[in-house]
Design a binder for this molecule. Sequence first.
Ligand SMILES: Cc1cc2nc3c(=O)[nH]c(=O)nc-3n(C[C@H](O)[C@H](O)[C@H](O)COP(=O)(O)O)c2cc1C
Length: 197
Amino acid sequence: MAKLSIIYYSGFGSTHAMAQRLAATAEAAGAEVRLRHVAETAPDSAVQSVDAWAAHVEEQKDKPVASPDDIDWADAVVFGSPTRYGHVTSQLQGFIDTLGPLWGEGKLADKVYAAFTSSSTLHGGQETTLEAMNTTFCHFGGIIVPPGYTDQVKFNDGNPYGVGKVTGQSGELDEVDNAALDHLVTRVLHVADKLAG
Ligand SMILES: Cc1cc2nc3c(=O)[nH]c(=O)nc-3n(C[C@H](O)[C@H](O)[C@H](O)COP(=O)(O)O)c2cc1C
């Protein structure tokens, strides 16, 4: 079974919950999984000014942090970021910006990649955030695996670019969110296994 890294940033916990669901489903399917959050880079004064942000940073403090080796190791990598002003968070982008040496050695290429996000509103930039990550995967020389509408469940969440959770009413993952996440990670593993031949 494929080696899968799930690399994500989460400020308040919603994207973290999505990452956990992806990891659980992949592990249940037999994949070797590294679940890694990227380090917080915002000033502590900003983090402490929002209770949910401070609580999530505290909850994550002993969990493994993403490193470039987590990409090098993997056959497939799923990246996740909340939407910030219609874009990827600076924290995830900062991590991506440390991957230059691996990129220079061609070690980011030929892996399977996919993306997930969360935003508070439906049209608040999920597609632009997912497409921003997909653009990065092009520069890696990665094999992008979008979910498309390759399963009936995709007609419920309606996002062919990746998976997006709308958190404005509730950050709790519902049946539609879980089905979309399960579908994405199962498809990623399926393609990675096919490539491994
Ligand atoms: C600085 C900032 C910018 C944001 N920009 C957007 C945005 O452009 N569109 C949107 O719908 N939500 C936006 N949000 C809301 C977050 O995307 C949303 O709360 C997300 O679910 C947070 O994920 P997390 O719980 O993993 O941190 C923004 C939040 C913050 C703090």
